[in-house]
Design a protein around this ligand. Structure first.
Ligand code: 0RA
Length: 633
């Protein structure tokens, strides 16, 4: 190839690279999912993942991540360093190709576990394109190399800026604020991800420091997924001492599994592929579940513990906390959010591995096997009892002509998609809501006092509780494992409680009930929290409602001297008209939609909030509540 030709290739490639960067900037959501806080943090994960890959491949020992004082992020590893030599095909430095060519991914992957689907593995070039500035510093071959970029475009060629006897890669970037809704990084969001990563890659060590606050942490867990399970169970009560854990390779798939039963009723089984959380599960999870059910039944039958009954999957997973983590080449993801593994090889590999290992474990640990089978039998009996309780409720409802709860003030509209149910704390606020509502489409269910803590109650006992039964019958979709969303009678379900400590507690109890027993309502976006105003500011005939202190200050300025403030301590202080104007009128009200943003954290949130341990509660709520339940409209 002569010089001219090379120049032409270079230009052609540069144009191609520019086009790629342009595409990323035009449709960032296609590459990183979104441009909100989630997408913003995804940039960091993307860069950190590359360094963790280098650690997993055995070349790096440590990954350092800094949130810098100026809000930029630095990710540094002591791996081999991204190659800096001339890439002859492209006519430029390999480093430049890696950081600017969208499709360089495959060529520069250091290991075969690079993820091909979903939002992951889009590459540093993509982060570069969405960054106001990026600086890459590479130490290798005795030197320090540097290149900087603006919105993905190099400021100049790769330069040698010094000597070094070390190796490694350091990337610093500032996200482009014209792309992202927010460019402020959240410590807890990043911390949570790094902690998970360290549990899933026990070789990895991640040091994380926030230079804005001085906070720092080191994540390294020799115990891997078994330690992860212990951590997830930290506020639960395990019924056997140590997690049951298996690690091995089957059909070229690395399998890492840990499980531990608790005295609770919830199932917290989380799965990962190449350290990517698979929210919707998939073949690996199916393989795990079928093997668990089969092996426990086989063992129970062989040992005379299960005579006439066969345990179902839900029985053997009651109270179970488990992590199923696999690593494989070229995983195929499917499903709406590409968070479900489709690769069929994973199912057979995980199930035969798990069958074999668990059967062996039970033989060697008969006392733990007995605990596990007994737990399954108790769950089976509970399920049977719950079924009887449900049938009884159903029969009773069918018998009575007015089967709806007496306390429910129903709406006249019958089309669920047009109907709203307000669950209101207290009889007096309930009364105001009944008078203030639009009875055409708004139904009111007042609650008396506190409702049962479903986190601690046996599932078959829930319907014995009057307030819960009323709620379940009013909503109409049933409860628990056979909740049927197609039967619900309202598409907006609004929790309306006082803005005080008691109200917050009742709200949390209700949320726990919905999360544990009617989860599809939350996932389908049917659940809301009403936001009554905190203040009424008035002067003469003018009045303004304020929903926070900022609005209060604004209202005071607006109404000027002599304005009077009344602070609402509870819903009961509002008359029906005020309640309608401020909190129930669809034209003017503020409601927050309940969204679960992190399923693993949500499980912990509810078990910690509602569990017995007081100690971890406060810290956890402060650290994580806002991440788990995104209460923004
Ligand atoms: C391609 C080839 C080699 C290393 C890397 C990429 C590499 C990439 C990143 C990204 C963050 N940290 C990284 N560390 C290394 C291997 C080159 C060789 O054979 O020395």
């Amino acid at each position: 190839m002569d010089g001219n030709n090379q120049q032409e290739t270079y230009d052609a490639d540069s144009i191609k690279a520019l086009k790629g960067l342009e595409a990323v900037r035009k449709r960032p959501g296609m590459y990183i999912g979104s441009t909100d806080a989630r997408g913003l943090h995804h940039l960091v994960f993307e860069v950190v993942d590359n360094s963790i890959d280098e650690a997993m491949a055995g070349y790096a020992t440590k990954v350092d991540v800094f949130i810098n004082e100026d809000g930029s992020i630095t990710v540094s590893d002591d791996g081999r360093g991204i190659p800096t030599g001339m890439n002859h095909e492209e006519g430029k430095s390999a480093l430049e190709v890696c950081l600017t060519d969208l499709h360089a991914g495959g060529k520069f992957d250091q290991n075969s576990y690079k993820v091909s689907g979903g939002l992951h593995g889009v590459g540093v070039s993509c982060v570069n394109a969405l960054s106001k500035t990026m600086v890459a510093i590479v130490e290798r071959d005795g030197h320090v190399w540097r290149q900087s970029y603006k919105i993905g475009i190099p400021d100049g060629p790769v330069e040698m800026i010094g000597d070094s006897d070390k190796t490694g890669t350091t990337i610093t970037f500032i996200p482009d604020e014209t792309i992202f809704e927010t460019v402020e990084f959240d410590y807890n969001t990043l911390q949570n991800r790094f902690r998970n990563q360290a549990y899933l890659n026990k070789e990895a060590t991640i040091y994380f420091e926030d230079k804005r606050t001085g906070k720092s942490e080191l994540f390294h867990y020799d115990g891997g997924v078994a330690e992860f399970v212990q951590y997830l169970n930290r506020s639960k009560k395990p019924i056997h001492d140590k997690p049951i854990a298996f690690e091995g390779v089957k059909n070229d798939i690395d399998i890492d599994i840990a499980l531990q039963y608790t005295d609770g009723y919830n199932e917290a089984v989380d799965s990962f592929v190449n350290t990517i959380y698979t929210l919707e599960g998939g073949t690996h999870l199916t393989g795990f579940k079928t093997a668990l059910t089969k092996t426990i039944n086989d063992y129970g039958k062989e040992n005379g513990m299960l005579k006439d009954i066969t345990l179902e999957g839900t029985d053997v997973r009651e109270g179970l906390t488990a992590i199923v983590s696999i690593k494989m080449a070229d995983p195929q993801f499917e499903g709406q959010t590409k968070a479900k593994l489709g690769s069929s090889v994973a199912q057979g590999a995980v199930s035969s591995f798990m069958n074999e290992k668990l059967a062996e474990y039970f033989l060697e640990n008969p006392s733990i096997a007995a605990i596990v089978v007994k737990k399954g039998i108790t769950a089976f009996e509970g399920r049977e009892a719950a079924k009887k309780a449900r049938d009884a409720t159903r029969r009773k409802s069918a018998l009575e002509s007015t089967s709806l709860p007496g306390k429910l003030a129903d709406c006249s509209e019958k089309d669920p998609s047009k109907c709203e149910l307000y669950i209101v704390e207290g009889e007096s606020a309930g009364g105001s809501a009944k008078q203030g509502r639009d009875r055409m489409f708004q139904a009111i269910l007042p609650l008396r006092g506190k409702i049962l803590n479903v986190e601690k109650a046996r599932p078959d006992k829930l319907l014995d509780h009057e307030e819960i039964k009323n709620l379940v019958i009013a909503i109409g979709g049933g409860i628990g494992k056979d909740f049927d969303i197609s039967k619900i009678r309202y598409h907006n379900i609004v929790i309306m409680t006082d803005a005080d400590v008691d109200g917050a507690h009742i709200g949390t109890l209700l949320l726990t009930l919905f999360y544990r027993q009617m989860r599809p309502l939350i996932d389908a976006g049917h659940m809301y929290i009403a936001m009554p105003p905190l203040y009424r500011i008035h002067k003469g005939k003018k009045e303004i409602y304020a929903y926070n202190d900022e609005e209060l200050a604004k209202a005071m300025v607006e109404l000027g001297q002599g304005a009077l403030i009344s602070r609402y301590k509870g819903l009961g202080e509002m008359n029906p008209q005020q309640l309608w104007d401020t909190t129930m009128n669809p034209e003017t009200r503020v409601m927050k939609k309940i969204e679960i943003t992190d399923a693993i954290l949500a499980d912990q949130l509810f078990s910690i909030l509602m569990g017995d341990d007081v100690e971890p509660r406060r810290d956890f709520i402060i650290e994580h509540a806002h991440e788990v339940i995104n209460l923004d409209v």
